[in-house]
Design a protein around this ligand. Structure first.
Ligand SMILES: [Zn+2]
Length: 60
């Protein structure tokens, strides 16, 4: 089973999340984490807010 890196919950399906480029700059290496669908959704919303709803993505 896979584990969500955000809430720590174990779930059958996790989504790989690439964190914002801001993070990459700080950590140098690409930072990929795994999120359950719930956390993934949350992250997506956060990111969208941060970019002022300008970044168009495929989410529903
Ligand atoms: Zn989660």
């Amino acid at each position: 089973m896979l584990r969500c890196d955000f809430c720590g919950r174990q779930c059958e399906m996790v989504i790989r999340v690439a964190l914002d480029k801001d993070y990459d700059r700080l950590t140098v290496r690409h930072h990929k984490m795994y999120a359950c669908p719930e956390c993934s959704k949350k992250k997506e919303e956060e990111r969208r807010k941060k970019r002022g709803a300008a970044g168009g993505t495929k989410t529903s």
